[in-house]
Ligand binder design. Structure first.
Ligand code: ATP
Ligand SMILES: Cc1cn([C@H]2C[C@H](O)[C@@H](COP(=O)(O)O)O2)c(=O)[nH]c1=O
Length: 214
C-alpha cells in the first residue's frame, strides 16, 4: 500500500487540532497505520528549533531558515520513512505555513521561499525532481477576527498568536496564494461553522479525493 501525506493548515485558532485526531481515527478504522506529526517539530532537533521560532525574537529570514532547517530533519527522519512504509502521515502544518506566515505575514520574499522549498523537500542538491509535499492540504479558512475570539483566554499566546489581526489577514492571503498556485492539492474548508459541520466537510473532502471510504 502506498503512503498518503495530508497536511492541515490555517491561521492560529482556525480549528486544525480539533479535527486531526478524528481524521486519524477515521483512517485507523479503515486499517491504515497513521503517523501523526507537526511542524515546526516532529523530531527532537526540530522540536528544539520550534521553541526558538515560537518564542525568540528574530527577523523574517532567520525565521524562514529555522523552519526550513526543522523541516529538513523532519522530512528525512519521519515523513519519508513513514510514507515508504505505507503510512498515512497527518501533519499539523507543513511548508504552506512558511509561505503564509513568513511570506504573507512577515513579507519575506516568495521566490526565495520557493528555492528553499526545492532544496529542503528535494534531494538537497538543487536538482529538479519530485518534491516531498502533501497529497492533500486541508485548509481551515476562518476570518482572523473569529479566530482571535476563539483563542482569547484559551491559553497564553506565543509569539505568533500575539500578532494583530492585520498580520493574520496577510497570513490568510498567503494561504490563498498557495492555493491558487496548486489548486488540486487544496481542500478549502469553511471553518466558520459548528465543529460537527466542519468535520462533515473535512470527511467529505477526503472522500471526494478518494482517500476515505464512506
Ligand atoms: N468550529 C468551532 N467552533 C467554535 N470553536 C471552535 C471550533 N473549532 C475549534 N474551536 C475552538 O477554538 C480553539 C482553537 O481550536 P484549535 O486548537 O483546534 O485550533 P488550531 O487551528 O489547532 O490552533 P493553533 O494552530 O493555534 O494550535 C479551541 O478552543 C477550540 O475548542
Ligand atoms: C510550520 C510553520 C509554523 N509557523 C507558525 C504558525 C503557528 O503560529 C506556529 C505553530 O504553532 P501551532 O500551535 O502548532 O499551530 O508556528 C510558522 O510561522 N512557519 C512555519 O513554517
Amino acid at each position: 500500500m502506498s503512503g498518503l501525506f495530508i497536511s492541515f493548515e490555517g491561521i492560529d485558532g482556525a480549528g486544525k487540532s480539533t479535527h486531526i485526531d478524528a481524521t486519524a481515527k477515521a483512517f485507523q478504522a479503515q486499517g491504515r497505520v497513521v503517523t501523526l506529526t507537526r511542524e515546526p517539530g516532529g523530531t527532537p532537533l526540530a522540536e528544539r528549533l520550534r521553541q526558538m521560532v515560537l518564542n525568540d525574537s528574530m527577523d523574517a529570514m532567520t525565521e524562514a531558515l529555522l523552519v526550513f532547517a526543522a523541516r529538513r530533519d523532519h522530512v528525512q527522519q519521519v515523513i519519508v520513512p513513514a510514507l515508504a512504509r505505507g503510512d498515512v502521515v497527518l501533519c499539523d502544518r507543513f511548508s504552506d505555513a512558511t509561505f503564509a506566515y513568513q511570506g504573507g505575514g512577515r513579507g519575506f520574499d516568495w521566490q526565495v521561499l520557493q528555492v528553499l522549498e526545492q532544496w529542503v523537500q528535494g534531494s538537497g542538491l538543487g536538482e529538479a525532481q519530485a518534491l516531498v509535499k502533501p497529497d492533500v492540504t486541508v485548509w481551515f479558512d476562518l476570518p482572523p477576527a473569529v479566530a482571535a475570539t476563539r483563542l482569547a483566554g484559551a491559553r497564553i499566546p506565543d509569539k505568533f498568536e500575539s500578532q494583530p489581526i492585520a498580520f493574520f489577514e496577510n497570513v490568510a492571503a498567503g494561504y490563498a496564494r498557495r492555493q491558487a498556485e496548486d489548486p488540486q492539492r487544496f481542500a478549502r474548508i469553511n471553518a466558520h461553522q459548528t465543529p460537527d459541520a466542519v468535520w462533515r466537510d473535512v470527511q467529505g473532502a477526503l472522500r471526494q479525493a478518494g482517500h476515505l471510504r464512506a
